[in-house]
Ligand binder design. Structure first.
Ligand code: A2P
Ligand code: 11C
Length: 335
């Protein structure tokens, strides 16, 4: 069977990747419909050698569409995901809009595919930094029960979107040519800098991105007892988020056991040969599908603790790939 599939936000960084992933994985697409803002109306984008014109969203535009992958920002999802769901289309939404809604499943196929069963038309794709972390946490939680996670992230600018990628490039070129830079997307220069600030600051002193990691982790893992604290940091990298993850478990698990466990877990590649300077790096994770884990070692400051370094392509597993994998699970369920 083939499906009519839509990508909403098709001209964006994640939307572009969604089109590429649908093509690469040979998703059973009968027709692909592409949507973006009025600015992009009529722009042609390629899918399987075919030019597809970008359309604008309208009240009845989802009629006849089976699956819509949304990545056009939370505001658009707030308005249009319910419109699409009402037309009988299943929405996989990459924005933060519906993630914590108790009526909406929040799914990473390697972790909680069972939650897809109770969807009511909208399924939320988690935040990129959360997705790659829970893929690595789940196998450990299953054998040793995770009590607490302390995570610090090093996040690529593509997480912010296309404009931020342009800004990093332009600032870098300008600075190398002793020219003045423009600062538009972030509150500070991002080239040759590190910003301990992703998304808005909240009343508790954390950023929204940090609280996404706290709350989404509990929901996806189906365990509100896991304590999580996060510091999220933007670094001048184009693609690939890196994370330093410290875990405290109820049961003892050794570094070697974690290495063996993660090596045979779905979606994970362990790269952990410090003697050869081998560990996960965003430049190698870029364009790849897996979550890469290395620097696995025991935390010697506590009884049962593990430190590890987790890297993945934020546009792939962190966004587009996870959304397409959700769509693949959905069609398996209905087959
Ligand atoms: P457009 O390119 O026409 O502005 P990114 O996260 O990389 O910035 O991409 C955001 C995506 O969301 C783009 O495809 C953008 O389209 C799309 N978008 C922005 N505003 C709207 C809107 N009002 N309706 C539909 N799509 C929108
Ligand atoms: C970033 N994690 O890297 C963000 C991007 O909630 O979908 C994704 C924001 C979200 O900036």
């Amino acid at each position: 069977e083939k499906y009519v599939v839509a990508v909403v936000g098709a001209t964006g960084a994640v939307g572009n990747e969604m089109i590429a992933v649908l093509e690469e994985r040979d998703f059973p697409v009968e027709t692909l419909r592409l949507f973006a803002s009025e600015r992009s109306e009529g722009v042609l984008l390629k899918f399987k050698g075919q030019d597809i014109p970008v359309e604008t969203l309208k009240e009845d535009c989802f009629n006849g569409i089976d699956i819509a992958l949304f990545s056009a920002g939370a505001e658009r999802s707030k308005i249009w995901a319910p419109v699409a769901a009402k037309s009988g289309c299943v929405v996989v939404d990459n924005s933060s809009q519906w993630r914590m809604d108790p009526e909406v499943p929040l799914v990473v196929p390697e972790v909680n595919p069972h939650d897809l069963k109770w969807h009511k038309g909208i399924i939320a794709n988690p935040n990129c930094s959360t997705i790659q972390m829970v893929v690595a946490l789940k196998p450990i939680h299953d054998v040793a029960k995770i009590k607490r996670v302390v995570v610090t992230t090093f996040q690529a600018v593509s997480g912010t979107g296309k404009k931020a990628m342009d800004e990093l490039l332009q600032q870098t070129v300008a600075l190398l040519n002793f020219k003045d830079i423009e600062i538009k997307v972030y509150p500070h220069q991002i080239a040759f800098n590190v910003l301990p600030h992703i998304d808005k600051f909240l009343e508790n002193g954390y950023t929204k991105e940090e609280m996404k990691m706290v709350n989404e982790t509990k929901k996806i893992m189906g365990d509100p007892s896991i304590r999580v604290t996060a510091t999220t940091v933007r670094v001048p990298v184009f693609r690939g988020h890196s994370e330093s993850v410290n875990i405290e478990t109820e049961k003892k698990i050794t570094a070697q056991e974690v290495r063996e466990l993660l090596s045979k877990s779905p979606g994970i590649v362990v790269i952990d040969n410090p003697e050869k300077n081998e560990y996960p790096l965003p430049i190698y994770a870029s364009g790849k599908d897996e979550v890469f884990v290395g620097r696995i070692r025991e935390d010697e400051s506590i009884e049962n603790g593990i430190n590890m370094w987790v890297v993945s392509d934020n546009l792939r597993k962190g966004a587009a790939l996870n959304a397409v994998q959700i769509a693949e699970e959905l069609i398996k369920m209905t087959a």
